[in-house]
Ligand binder design. Structure first.
Ligand code: XMP
Ligand code: MG
Length: 189
């Protein structure tokens, strides 16, 4: 599949512009600066989708923080959660007694964040909170608490700003909704 040269053929409409996303990062960054004042949180990004959001978010946080990444997968190339979460790549940092902030691009069923939260709590983190850019509430299958989020979204498949379709389109500066026929063509294959 060609990379970004056929973007109009896959995007139905834009949901968030670059400016919308920037405003969400600024707002969340201010809140996190207040809430983590005097602490040295470990900010944990979930690869690969959260990379773009994390780099913008931490630069809006006036806090002495450390950054680490882990890679979890519940999707593969599919559009719906398999319900199974795998830890593909682990943190390098010991989370014992740390205030941990998990950063994710989007929460859908909540299974991924529940898995990561439980794992880091089990390892002895002092606190574990989540900050997600987009909160897709309608598909939630767990009661995982999402302490911070940028915006709610409906049950539509979104791409851009880290979010992918078959691993493409992460580098779009905006977030757009995928055309239904693109999703249908994937389902029929
Ligand atoms: P769960 O269901 O565990 O899933 O909360 C979270 C992960 O699912 C992916 N996801 C999406 N990826 N557009 C995407 O590109 C979407 O609309 C979407 N909805 C869920 C994403 O990888 C997230 O980390
Ligand atoms: Mg993800």
């Amino acid at each position: 599949m060609p990379k970004n040269d056929n973007i109009n053929s896959i995007i139905d409409h834009k949901l968030f512009t670059e400016d919308d996303i920037h405003k969400m990062c600024v707002k969340l960054g201010k809140q996190l600066t207040q809430d983590y004042a005097g602490k040295q949180p470990l900010v944990v990004g979930a690869l690969k989708g959260a990379v773009f959001f994390l780099t913008d978010l931490v630069r809006e946080m006036n806090v002495k923080e450390e950054i680490d990444f882990l890679d979890v997968s519940s999707y593969g190339n599919e559009l719906e959660s398999s319900g199974k979460v795998d830890l593909i790549s682990d943190l390098q940092t010991d989370v014992k007694n740390r205030d941990v902030l998990i950063v994710e691009d989007i929460v859908d069923t909540g299974l991924t964040l529940k898995y990561v939260k439980d794992l880091l709590k089990k390892r002895g983190a002092k606190s574990v909170k989540c900050c997600v850019l987009l909160n897709k509430e309608t598909n939630r299958r767990t009661d995982v608490e999402i302490e911070y989020y940028g915006s709610k979204v409906g049950n539509e498949f979104v791409v851009g700003y880290g979010l992918d379709f078959m691993n493409f389109y992460r580098n779009l500066r905006f977030i757009g909704v995928l055309k239904p026929e693109v999703i249908a063509s994937l389902k029929n294959n």
